[in-house]
Each structure stands twice: as structure tokens, then as C-alpha cells.
Design a protein around this ligand. Structure first.
Ligand code: ADP
Length: 255
């Protein structure tokens, strides 16, 4: 708890306003402080789980590996997959940390259609999933190419993880600007969780997410990237039917 300046009666004089400003800053600091503490404790917890598995299998091999070679396959398998999980988490944490460098954006004029096309191609190459691509408008945007690709990747990756059928990506124009939609026909998100899925480390179903390999960091990173790029995200989802992510671009120019 940080100390606040005790403020007597409300007044308009400068000293009072300064005191009030100071107390507001303290308020913000406290919120940030608490969030950071929460983040570190979540991250440590997520890293600790795979480390514990690795440690126990390693010690099992150390104690009994020579006498019981049949332990070898299972142990190596577990150590390997937990090490991959730790590597994935570390990579995501680094991405989150790097996104703080907002001023390092490489802003250029970009063809949205082309970026989406490239993102889909590399995604399909990596995951061999069917993606239907509908372009209903040609859009030019301004922004950082790599950050846009990162953003599309996060949503396509979620569509892949939480659905089995074909994924649709669509570009349309509306009064406010342009929209990229990523539509899946998967398990959907319960209404009560919709707000919370953007929080760091939040997962609807922890057990299931662990199987699909998620940490609950993707959407929080997406939200931060979107803020940096000046686009907004809307999430529509119906449990059991699927999810539509809309990335809303402000006033694009067309050609
Ligand atoms: P994760 O790595 O767990 O996927 P995210 O931050 O990307 O983390 O998503 C948070 C949670 O939101 C997920 O664990 C999942 O429960 C839910 N979610 C995100 N996208 C989808 C989707 N397209 N369909 C169903 N559930 C989703």
C-alpha cells in the first residue's frame, strides 16, 4: 500500500488539485503493481508444473533407469513434451514483453488482402487445415506488417485449436472501415467467459486447454497488439456452435 496525501475539504485551489492528481497516480500505480504481481505468480506457476514433471522423471531415471530400462521411453517422452511446453510458454512471455516496445513499430502502407493471404498460406503450411478465404473488398491499411501477421496468427490458431471443421476468413468493408473476420464452427465460448478470455492466463477449461497446449496468453497478447495497431477486436461466440472474431480497421482507403 502506497501512501496517499490526506485531502481535506474539496476545493479548486492548485494545491488541492495537485494532491488529487498525486492520489490518482498512486491509485494507478497500485493497480499496476497488483497486476504485475499476479502476472509473475501465474507465470511462475505455469513454469513450475512442467518443471516438476521433468524433475521427477529425471530423478526416476537417475535412481532406477539402469536397472529398469523399460522406464526409459515413457520418461524421455514426458521430459520432452514438458520441455516443449516450457519453451512455448517462454516464447509467449517474450512476445508479451517485446510488445511493450510500442515505439519500435515499423509503420507502412499495406495491402490488407495480401497480408491475410500470406498469413493463411503460412498457417496452412504449418497445420494443414482447410481455410476458406473470402475477399469482398480490397483494403489498404497503415501499420506494422509483422504485428498484423502475429494478430491473424493468434486468431487462426485458436480457431484451429477449438474447432475441427473448415475455418472461414473474410474481408469486408463497412461504414466505419474494414473488417477481417475469422469464423470457426467449433466448441464456442460460454457467454459468462467472453469478457474474461482476454485476461492474461485465463482459460475457459483448464484441463482441456492443457491438452491443446494453451496457456491463456494468446488473446491477451492479441488485445495488446490490437491496441498498439489501433484496431479493435470483437468476439461473438455461441457455446457449441462456434466463434467469430472481428478485427475492425478504422477508415481504410480503397483502390
Ligand atoms: P489459449 O492458449 O488457452 O488458447 P487464449 O488466450 O488464446 O489462450 O484463449 C483463452 C481461452 O479462450 C482459451 O483457453 C479458450 O478457452 C477460449 N477460446 C479462445 N478462442 C476460442 C475459440 N475460437 N473457440 C473456443 N474457445 C476459444
Amino acid at each position: 500500500q502506497f501512501k496517499r496525501i490526506p485531502l481535506p475539504k474539496k476545493s479548486k485551489d492548485e494545491l488541492y488539485l495537485m494532491g488529487e492528481g498525486f492520489n490518482n497516480m498512486i491509485e494507478l500505480l497500485e493497480v499496476n503493481y497488483e497486476k504485475q504481481g499476479q502476472f509473475i505468480s501465474n507465470a511462475s506457476h505455469e513454469l513450475k508444473t512442467p518443471l516438476t514433471v521433468i524433475e521427477s522423471y529425471a530423478s526416476l531415471l537417475k535412481r532406477r533407469g539402469k536397472d529398469q530400462p523399460e522406464l526409459f521411453d515413457e520418461s524421455v517422452q514426458a521430459i520432452h513434451s514438458e520441455a516443449i511446453r516450457m519453451k512455448d510458454l517462454t516464447e509467449q512471455l517474450l512476445l508479451l514483453a517485446r510488445n511493450e516496445d510500442k515505439w519500435l513499430l515499423d509503420v507502412k502502407e499495406l495491402h490488407l488482402n495480401q497480408i491475410v493471404d500470406e498469413s493463411i498460406r503460412s498457417f496452412q503450411k504449418a497445420y494443414n487445415r482447410d481455410i476458406e478465404y473470402k475477399q469482398e473488398a480490397e483494403i489498404i491499411i497503415k501499420g506494422d506488417l509483422q504485428k498484423f501477421k502475429q494478430l491473424f496468427f493468434i486468431f487462426m490458431d485458436n480457431a484451429r485449436k477449438y474447432s475441427e471443421e473448415i475455418i472461414t476468413v473474410r474481408i469486408t468493408r463497412n461504414d466505419q472501415g474494414a473488417i477481417v473476420e475469422i469464423v470457426d464452427r467449433g466448441i464456442g465460448i460460454p457467454a459468462a467467459d467472453l469478457e474474461k478470455v482476454f485476461d492474461r492466463f485465463y482459460r475457459v477449461d483448464k484441463a482441456r486447454s492443457r491438452k491443446t497446449g494453451g496457456f491463456g496468453l494468446g488473446l491477451s497478447l492479441a488485445k495488446e497488439i490490437a491496441d498498439v495497431l489501433g484496431v479493435t477486436i470483437t468476439l461473438d461466440s455461441i457455446e457449441g456452435l462456434g466463434t467469430t472474431v472481428k478485427i475492425n480497421f478504422p477508415a481504410p482507403s480503397s483502390h
